[in-house]
Design a protein. Structure first.
Length: 329
C-alpha cells in the first residue's frame, strides 16, 4: 500500500441551478426531442452553472481550496505540492496551479504544475502524486484540485453535448500517514482507436488565430463506439482479483458521472446496488475530471463512506484512457 491518505475533501460549484427544461425547449425549436436521451441515457435532472462571465476554473478552484483550508485549519504554506487537473485551465502561462499557490500564500519550496488527461486527469494525478510522495522524504502534504469548464467548449447545436455539463471544482489534501490507508493498486488502460471521438479545439491550436468562426474552436464530436461498461469491468475485475477482494468488500464505487446508462450497466454486470455506487450526475451535471471525487465527497458527507473502507475510483477520458484505483479511505 502507498500510505498516502485523503486527509479531507471539499467541493465548490456554480450558484445557478438549471433544470432540463431550457435545453429541451432549445432543441424542440430545432425539431429535436432529447428528453429521453438527456434524462434516461445521460441521467440529467439539473446542473450547477456559473452565474456570470467572471467565473472560471481559477475562481471556482480557489473557492474549493479555501473551503478545504477552513475545514482542516491548514494553509497554503503547509502544502509541498499543488497540482491542478483541468482540460481548460484559466491560464497556461503561468500554470494556473501557480496562480493558486500565489492566492493561498504557498511556500517557496513547493512543486506546482497543471495536468491534463481530460476526464481521467484528477484520478491519474492522485495516483501519480501519491506514489511520488511515498518516495520523497520531504514531501508530506499535497493539494490536488480538479476543475473543468466544459460548458465553455460546447456547441449549443450539438444535442450529444449541450446540457450535459455542470460547473464545479473539487479540492483534496493528500497526506502521508502511518495509518492503514492509501492507494493499494491502480490500472490504467489506453484504447487509442477512439482518439478522434472528441477533439478540442476542433480546429487544432495551430489554427485558433487563423479562423474568425468561434464554432471552429469548439469540440468536434463523434459519438463513441467503445463499450464503456466493458472497459470499466476489465479494470475493476483486475483490481479486485489481484488484491484478493470481491465487489462486496468495496464500500463505494466512485464512477465517472458522464452517463447514467453506463453506471447502470456496470452495476448490473457486477451486482452492485445503488447504495454502493452513488450517482450524483443528476444533481451536479457532469463535471469532467472532478466527477468521481465529487461522488466520493458526497458519499462521505452522507455517511456512506468512513475511515477504513475500501473504495474504487473508476473514470474514463477522451482518447480513450481509463483508470481504476483501489484505495483504503
Amino acid at each position: 500500500m502507498v500510505q498516502v491518505k485523503i486527509r479531507d475533501i471539499a467541493v465548490s460549484h456554480g450558484n445557478k441551478v438549471v433544470d432540463n427544461e431550457p435545453y429541451l425547449e432549445h432543441f424542440r425549436k430545432r425539431g429535436k426531442e432529447v428528453e429521453h436521451f438527456l434524462r434516461d441515457v445521460i441521467g440529467r435532472e439539473k446542473r450547477f452553472l456559473f452565474e456570470n462571465e467572471n467565473e472560471n476554473t481559477l475562481t471556482i478552484s480557489l473557492q474549493a481550496v479555501n473551503k478545504l483550508m477552513e475545514k482542516t485549519g491548514l494553509t497554503g504554506a503547509d502544502m509541498d505540492m499543488i497540482i491542478l487537473s483541468s482540460q481548460l485551465p484559466e491560464y497556461t502561462a503561468p500554470p494556473t496551479s501557480i496562480k493558486i499557490h500565489n492566492a493561498i500564500g504557498g511556500k517557496n519550496e513547493c512543486i506546482c504544475y497543471d495536468v491534463n488527461s481530460n476526464c481521467c486527469g484528477m484520478a491519474l494525478a492522485f495516483e501519480q502524486t501519491a506514489k511520488y510522495m511515498a518516495l520523497t522524504p520531504h514531501v508530506s502534504k499535497a493539494l490536488l484540485i480538479g476543475c473543468d469548464y466544459i460548458n465553455m467548449m460546447i456547441n449549443e447545436e450539438e444535442e450529444n453535448l449541450y446540457g450535459h455539463y455542470g460547473d464545479a471544482a473539487c479540492a483534496v489534501i493528500l497526506e502521508k500517514t502511518a495509518e492503514d490507508a492509501g492507494v493499494l493498486d491502480s490500472v490504467c488502460t489506453v484504447k487509442s482507436e477512439g482518439v478522434d471521438v472528441a477533439l478540442f479545439p476542433g480546429c487544432g491550436f495551430s489554427n485558433i488565430f487563423r479562423t474568425d468562426n468561434k464554432k471552429d474552436m469548439l469540440i468536434k464530436f463523434v459519438p463513441p463506439t467503445e463499450d464503456v461498461p466493458a472497459s470499466a469491468g476489465e479494470s475493476i475485475s483486475k483490481l479486485l482479483t489481484r488484491n484478493g477482494l470481491s465487489k462486496d468488500d468495496i464500500r463505494m464505487f466512485c464512477f465517472s458521472q458522464y452517463a447514467l446508462i453506463n453506471i447502470r450497466k456496470i452495476r448490473e454486470n457486477f451486482g452492485i446496488d445503488e447504495d454502493h455506487s452513488l450517482y450524483i450526475g443528476d444533481e451536479y451535471g457532469y463535471t469532467g475530471t472532478s466527477s468521481p471525487f465529487i461522488t466520493l465527497y458526497e458519499a462521505i458527507e452522507r455517511g456512506q463512506v468512513k475511515r477504513g473502507d475500501y473504495i474504487v475510483i473508476w473514470t474514463i477520458g477522451c482518447g480513450s484512457q481509463n483508470i481504476g484505483l483501489l484505495c483504503k479511505y
